[in-house]
Design a protein around this ligand. Structure first.
Ligand code: ADP
Ligand code: MG
Length: 449
């Protein structure tokens, strides 16, 4: 077995790359192959979950080639209570859907996407309140409900939570949740199989229709047309429609005007980009969940704050980072410290380093102190202009990777010694003047957001 596994490991390393290999494959052992099932030993439950979701196809393929035939992989953890089996070509494991509407039609709901698990903060409170209101039912007030926002901000989460809640409150209601892509796929299939009448019939019998990522059907003319008719029929019958998209209805390109305007006639709410407090709240809530998964894991103070501060792209990335960190710490049997965080998440942190330009800094600072942008590069020496200019120099030095001469050029061709003097001056004042320090922090946060 060791020899087979040794060979398999070599191939796997080539497929998954050295880093993933070290984190995920290295700790595994092959304990045997029996009637086409390979048994793999994993040190933790988390690892086996992760590997079965992400690497089981690769492992299967490699083992089948070396030791074939291998059709299945069975993961065992040392403290095995239940054995998990990943069948060949199995989909990533998803919880079984409730028989909400037609099983064939509705997409599976993710168990984790509930209202209880949704952390509410300023940026998403309106969307959350609207989602709750619609899910709680009563007389239809917002129809359609149109939720929009950037990627990874919780649209799908809210949609699933609503579907679940509606179904729980009205077990007899036919709730249909699907992505716009699935809608199109089914429609095209019906065209091909000449079952369009059945397709129409099916959609028109639902009580609640939820279509996720509706921007997908932009530019797909006959799907749009069909969607429009379905939409109108349901609205006319007083059925609830819930739509999500990555942008506002009016901003979806290649979408017919009449559809856009119908999409807007209910309630349109957006999920704003996360702010620091919301990110921290989400991290805390996820950490609570992880703690039950990894009892005894130590988390140094300041780590979550650091992550909330530095990973600003979206919640999915934030979650992924935390998950990797916990997995890593548990594999290494180490406490999660700031150092470890920086090392383990170097790639994510780098990608999230927002590039701020000197022009943006100048603009923000000028705005904040109510001076003209041209004064940033101009010669005026009065304090009310010179001080903000120095603050902008200081921030440029701190927040960009530009050299002093480069910064000098952008401040109207000043000499690098002038920039250095400005930076020093602000450093000095900063430690003496509380309100100046606060101003600078505020500006920095505005620029990082
Ligand atoms: P979208 O559909 O807007 O791209 P998702 O709903 O798929 O985003 O969210 C991405 C991930 O972030 C999911 O795992 C989701 O559970 C999580 N998430 C997003 N917002 C929140 C929130 N406010 N509270 C808890 N988890 C969230
Ligand atoms: Mg989504």
């Amino acid at each position: 077995m060791d020899k087979i596994w040794g060979q398999a490991r070599e191939e796997l390393q080539k497929i998954v790359g050295a880093d993933s290999f070290a984190t995920w494959i290295e700790p595994l052992r092959l304990s045997g192959v029996n009637e086409g099932t390979a048994v793999i030993l994993c040190p933790t439950r988390f690892l086996s979950d992760w590997v079965s979701r992400h690497y089981s196809d690769d492992i299967l393929k490699v083992l089948d080639r070396i030791e074939g035939p291998v059709h299945r992989i069975s993961f065992e953890t040392r403290s095995q209570t239940s054995r998990q089996v990943a069948a060949a070509n199995s989909e990533p494991k998803r919880p079984a859907p409730r028989a909400a509407a037609d099983d064939e039609l509705t997409a599976p709901l993710d168990q984790r996407f509930t209202f209880d698990n949704f952390v509410v903060g300023k940026p998403n409170e309106l969307a959350h309140a609207a989602a709750r209101r619609v899910a709680e039912g009563g007389p239809v007030t917002f129809n359609p409900l149109f939720l929009y926002g950037g990627v990874g901000l919780g649209k799908t989460h809210l949609m699933h939570a609503m579907a679940r809640e509606i179904q729980a409150r009205q077990p007899e209601a036919k709730v249909l949740y699907l992505s716009a892509e699935q809608f199109m796929y089914r429609f095209v299939q019906a065209l091909r199989d000449r079952t369009v009448m059945d397709f129409k019939e099916l959609f028109r019998t639902v009580s609640v229709l939820m279509v996720d990522d509706v921007q997908f059907i932009a530019g797909k003319d006959s799907t749009q047309e069909e969607f429009f008719h379905t939409f109108n029929t349901l609205v006319d019958q007083g059925k609830q429609i819930i739509i999500s998209a990555d942008r506002a209805p009016g901003e979806i390109k290649d979408m017919e005007e009449r559809i856009k305007s119908r999409l807007q006639c209910g309630l349109v709410v957006d999920l704003h980009p996360t702010d620091y407090e919301l990110r921290l709240g989400i991290l805390q809530s996820k950490t609570d969940t992880f703690r039950t998964q990894y009892p005894g894991l130590q988390l140094a103070p300041g780590v979550l704050e650091f992550l909330a501060h530095r990973i600003t792209s979206n919640v999915r990335v934030l979650e992924g980072a935390l998950q990797r960190l916990f997995a890593f710490a548990s594999l290494m049997g180490r406490e999660i410290t700031l150092d470890m965080t920086q090392e383990c998440l170097a790639d994510i942190l780098r990608a999230n380093d927002r590039k701020v330009s000197i022009e943006e800094i100048q603009r923000k600072v000028a705005e904040h102190y109510n001076i003209r942008l041209s004064d940033m590069i101009g010669p005026k020496r009065v304090r009310t202009v010179a001080r903000p200019r120095q603050i902008a120099m200081y921030l440029a030095k701190q927040m960009t990777s530009r050299s002093l001469p480069e910064i000098g050029r952008r401040f109207g061709g000043r000499d690098h010694t002038t920039i250095m003097h400005g930076v020093r001056k602000i450093e000095e004042l900063r430690s003496a003047d509380r309100s100046l320090a606060e101003d600078i922090d505020l500006l920095r946060r505005l620029l990082e957001a």
